[in-house]
Design a protein around this ligand. Structure first.
Ligand code: C5P
Length: 253
């Protein structure tokens, strides 16, 4: 098999050079990490599920006119994406109090927020991705004022889209994180939703039971992570019940 050029390896994904200029291949690993990679495990099948789920959300966003980096899924673990310059921010949207918001402000988990709350963290693992304000973002030139206006609007549109999709299958979108990239096309530059959208980057609770169906299952040792992600994928029709345990193809000797 031809050797590919690895462009970047992160905690859950690898980027390879794509077949055409301006493209990359995004490979989803089975690695699960939490607490800034202090907790690590390989969870068989997670990458396959996240590849399919991220495809589902990105295709939906593209279809309603919210640009993303997604071009097409290539196979069980890989998708072709537009190469972009990632803005070094984690854009977090919260509908209900959970996670670090509760830790920071002493809020009770699950409290509905009076309106979606958008937060920004500076993407730097060595600093633990600290929360930053728009003043920091402007002062350090991570994004322009005009880009920040666009990012806020994109984040809220993605929130409306995802909240509706999840509500339709009995799941509450508590919060999520997205990353934004700049795509350069001749003299133009536009912002796109990049990275991934999956239960790794969202908090998803069953509306009736409150059961957690996201990476908190791994963070808090609440059960089997692929069962939770498969449940999300099945409810959304991304996988069928019969093949809910997504297995890697095996070589038959
Ligand atoms: O940990 P915290 O409560 O700030 O996370 C808010 C949301 O952002 C959660 O859905 C979490 O999964 C996501 N997140 C992420 N990657 C990070 C930090 C948070 O996907 N590095």
């Amino acid at each position: 098999m031809a050797r590919r050029t690895k462009v970047y390896e992160g905690k859950a994904k690898i980027l390879y050079e794509g077949p055409e200029p301006g493209t990359l291949v995004q490979y989803f690993k089975d690695d699960a990490t939490a607490f800034n990679a202090k907790k690590k495990e390989i969870i068989e099948g997670k990458g396959v599920l996240n590849n399919r789920l991220s495809e589902f959300f990105m295709v939906g966003l593209n279809n309603i006119g919210i640009p993303t980096h997604f071009l097409k899924r290539l196979n069980m673990r890989e998708q072709l994406i537009s190469s972009c310059e990632i803005i070094p921010l984690e854009v977090i949207v919260r509908n209900f109090a959970a996670g670090t918001l509760c830790e920071r402000l002493g809020l009770e988990e699950g409290r509905q927020l009076s309106r979606p709350l958008v937060e920004y963290c500076y993407k730097d693992d060595s600093l633990g991705d600290p929360l930053v304000s728009e003043e920091h973002i402007a002062a350090f030139g991570w994004a322009s004022h005009q880009e920040m206006d666009e990012i806020l609007s994109l984040a809220l549109r993605v929130n409306d889209f995802l909240s509706g999709i999840f509500y339709g299958v009995g799941i509450r979108l508590v919060d999520f994180k997205i990353e934004i990239g700049r795509v350069f096309e001749s003299d133009f530059q536009r912002l796109v939703i990049a990275d991934e959208i999956s239960p790794d980057s969202c908090r998803l609770w069953d509306i009736d039971s409150g059961e957690k169906l996201d990476k908190d299952v791994f963070r808090r040792d609440l059960g089997n992570l692929t069962d939770a992600y498969s449940e999300v994928a099945m409810r959304l029709g991304v996988i069928q019940p019969s093949n809910s345990k997504v297995a890697e193809p095996r070589l038959v000797k």
